[in-house]
Ligand binder design. Sequence first.
Ligand SMILES: Cc1ncc(COP(=O)(O)O)c(C=O)c1O
Length: 315
Amino acid sequence: MSNPSKLHTLQHPLFEQYQLNVQIKRDDLIDPIISGNKWRKLKYNLRHVKKEGFKGIISFGGAYSNHIHALAYACLQNNINTIGIIRGEAHYAHNFTLSKAKKWGMDLHFVDRKTYRQRDSTEYLLHLSQQYPDYFIIPEGGSNTLAIKGVAEISTELNKQTQYDTLIAPVGSAGTISGLITGDKNQHAILGIAVLKQQDYLQKEVYNLLETTGNKSVNNWKILNNYHDGGYAKFSQQSLKKLQDFSAKTGVPFEPIYSGKMILALLDLINTGYFKPHHRIVLLHTGGLQGLGGLIEQNKIKADEWPLPLELQAR
Ligand SMILES: Cc1ncc(COP(=O)(O)O)c(C=O)c1O
């Protein structure tokens, strides 16, 4: 385990050309399985569940969810029961991600899309808490108030590690960027890269999450909506090539669903003159490399071109 997570400078010809200083905070290296923002988001949730003596945790995710994968393993390590409410059919239990969650002790419950859409509704949550009394319910992606507290620690660490102007992170369910905003206290610009097609939905999610922490007055952040590359978990062959090239030049592995979209956005922003010379950028590597296993399984990427970290290979 590596915490505070490492920060290092990235070398790339484009950064030299535009005289930019780009560093990356390697949250992906905190833990090989509970990697990246998952570790941050789960930290205080797990403590809360243990302290309050809950019987276990219920959470939600898709068939290849990074959150479900990390939660199952973290709960195994902490001796906590888990139930995963999964969108889709029961045979997904054998896939790359869920077979591990199951092996690590998560009880998988498959629901259809219509039921899954109710995952945040009061009635559905009430129904779940009656069905599983004394279980703590964590929303999809792990994004709740306790997650924000964990993610906010990234900003505290960064302030001790370096000086910078802009922090960039991918945005899925908005918990990570809300935590970064909370921890930063208006000291830096924060840029979120939306990984899914949406209008203002994610901005609203951020406001809702910030409200739960009593933090409303921050204005130093922005979510960019035009880098989703076609939608959630979609990407072009050209994007894959660009990302592979970036990994080869910098020596840092990325996956194309989250951190990859952040990288492609960064390259475009630089090429279009978004950053002035000598601007200091920090990228947050949110992990998620287990997602490569699912993409390989679905033939969306090739195993020999996208090596899986060793710890994620064993089934
Ligand atoms: C690897 C990875 N990076 C980034 C994100 C986006 O974080 P958030 O959902 O908190 O916006 C996720 C999803 O939670 C993720 O799995």
